[in-house]
Ligand binder design. Structure first.
Ligand code: MG
Length: 396
């Protein structure tokens, strides 16, 4: 049995506040559209998933994807209405012609596998099936003047959710006929199926399968989700040493400090930023600075080391990491660090895009002991603490 899913993400969604349409907003470390895609990618038998996006939203969509499985095909550009967008998604699947199709609003990222399974089970019997919840509130009709003219019976009334499942051929034909008949006002696919005379069964939906429409919905989803999500702290350490050579200043923490010597190295030899880069890479087990920026590569000759640090921060953030704090200790007899500490702290905060009080810069001499004490070079050590999204299943 071949099952495909269409994820309808074509809304411009400006209601959710802010400039980014709601389906591209991040909730609990993943975008809403990614969560919706993931819900289907994990269902057995789902072999193809296509997202339908707003014209011109290609780069927003690509940026919102944090990981894609083999089932996810290229996005399809939607039409003027939800109905037209779904039809575009179905047409994109026409060539591969799956047996069943699940049509899901990207704005319902919390759909459970149990709901999807119930819809698929019902499709063995009926041409269509949707999850729905009984209406619990008493319904009133107003008379147009702000007062009630009628209490409407809620008997037999249901609130429709998605995914709405159909036999693929049936719903494609129904959509094509509706479009040919000039109808563009259907607000869900079950309505088109009903119009086409298909029987659509109701299965139990779930209250948490909410549609995220407003900025309040986004905030509520985040707070609800963040309670359920744990943050995993991870620590990285870094160490580096560079020797002095002839020169007139040293780079430390991205700040140039006048001195009787400079530090020897292939790049600008900023020993502190090198140690910190390694500390950040350590939190994601992603090698070290020499692996990503080999000294043998001529393009890094004389390079400013903030490039290395910014790259490590990007790698950490690509995995959902939030840099909680970094702490640097510099071991040097000279130059004196104290007068430059505030500038160094500010520069590191700027490179990492974090607050200054999350950056520690400390220095000590070696009491004239050893190589550093003999003023042969400078050592730097760094720690980084990064918080990552985490769920208990990550442990397995
Ligand atoms: Mg180094």
């Amino acid at each position: 049995m071949r099952i495909a899913a269409v994820i309808v993400a074509a809304g411009s969604g400006i209601r959710a506040g802010g400039e980014i349409p709601k389906q591209y907003v991040t909730v609990g470390g993943r975008s809403i559209v990614q969560r919706s895609i993931d819900a289907f990618a994990s269902i057995e038998g789902v072999s193809e998933i296509r997202a339908v996006i707003h014209p011109g939203a290609g780069s927003l969509y690509a940026a919102a994807l944090s990981g894609t499985g083999p089932a996810l095909g290229a996005p399809v550009v939607g039409g003027k209405s939800r109905q037209a967008s779904v039809l575009a998604g179905l047409e994109a699947l026409a060539a591969s012609e799956p047996d069943y199709i699940l049509i899901h609003d990207a704005a319902r990222p919390f759909v459970s596998g149990a709901v999807i399974d119930r819809v698929l089970d019902a499709l063995k019997i009926h041409p269509g099936a949707i999850p729905a919840l009984p209406v619990a509130d008493t319904l009133k009709r107003d008379g147009g003047d702000g007062t009630i003219c009628e209490t409407v019976s809620r008997d037999g009334l249901w609130r429709a959710q998605t995914p709405q499942g159909f036999r693929f051929r049936d719903i494609l034909d129904a959509h094509r006929r509706a479009a040919a008949a000039g109808r563009d006002d259907f607000t869900d696919d079950a309505a088109i199926a009903e119009w086409a005379g298909l029987r659509v069964s109701l299965v139990d939906g779930e209250p948490q399968n909410v549609k995220i429409t407003t900025a309040e919905d986004v905030a509520e989803a985040r707070s609800r989700f963040e309670v359920a999500m744990m943050l995993e702290p991870r620590i990285g350490t870094g160490f580096d040493v560079h020797r002095f050579t002839q020169g007139s200043g040293v780079w430390l923490c991205g700040v140039e400090i006048p001195h009787t010597h400079k530090l020897e190295g292939h790049s600008d030899a900023d020993v502190a930023l090198h140690a910190l880069t390694d500390a950040l890479l350590g939190t994601i087990g992603d090698g070290d600075i020499g692996q990503h920026f080999p000294p043998s590569d001529p393009q890094w000759k004389g390079a400013a080391s903030h490039l290395f640090l910014a790259d490590a921060a990007r790698r950490v953030r690509a995995r959902g990491g939030k840099i909680a704090n970094v702490d640097i200790t510099i071991l040097a007899e000279a130059p004196r660090i104290g007068p430059h500490r505030a500038a160094m702290q500010a520069r590191v905060a700027e490179i990492l895009a974090i607050a200054r009080d999350r950056v520690g810069v400390k220095a000590t001499t070696m009491e004239e002991l050893g190589a550093i004490g003999r003023r042969e070079g400078i050592v730097a050590m760094a720690n980084a603490l990064v918080l990552f999204p985490f769920s208990p299943k990550d442990l397995s």
